[in-house]
Design a protein around this ligand. Sequence first.
Ligand SMILES: [Fe+2]
Length: 232
Amino acid sequence: MSSLYKEKSIRIHALVHAILQFLESKRGRFHGIDLVLKKMQTIDLSLHTVIDSKPCDTRHASILAEAIENITAPHLRGIANCLKQARHDLIWREDNAQFYTPQSDVGDGYRNCNLHSLLVGPDACGFNAKDFSLGLFMLGPRTLYRDHAHHAPELYVNLSPRSGWRLSTEVWEDYNAGSVIWNAPDTPHATRSYNDPFLSIFVWLENIDSICRVVPFPDWAEIENDLSRNVL
Ligand SMILES: [Fe+2]
């Protein structure tokens, strides 16, 4: 085992276990978190199983750095510190609507600045797992991630101080750092970032190969316009 791989493995292992520790601290309080913890118990997350993957940086590196710097909530300090250490060990990828049905209108805002890194799952840079995904997800500032739905049940833990969510209603609500979002299968949801980038942990519990579909809402253009003018 090379010393580089060993050092990298230690940092990725620490990051995943910091996330696990946060989820453990919420055990019994969120049904979705209990389901995630149950699934993660079946996955080997020991140090020697960290995948020897080649890191991949991103064109959004400065926005990502800002998003990580903005994780200041005391109860997220463990995750923030580990993420600062492991950031350059990870594979960062963009979604070019490849998870969507063809011709899906995901919008330019999302296309211009979305980013994720898969820590646990098939093709992850941390740990291998079948039909389960856990990773980090980022949106650039003033971005609407349009309403969409998928068969996979989904959990988010918001790391950023403020993000907007529309969860199977017409009403937008702001959530703070450490808040938990649960999207049941096929339930529409949308996210928006404000003046700062948005960073979160995401989990797809099962049916991870299911395709996403956008759920049209008449106010997308208006919201995107308001976000671009920074009036929200
Ligand atoms: Fe989703």
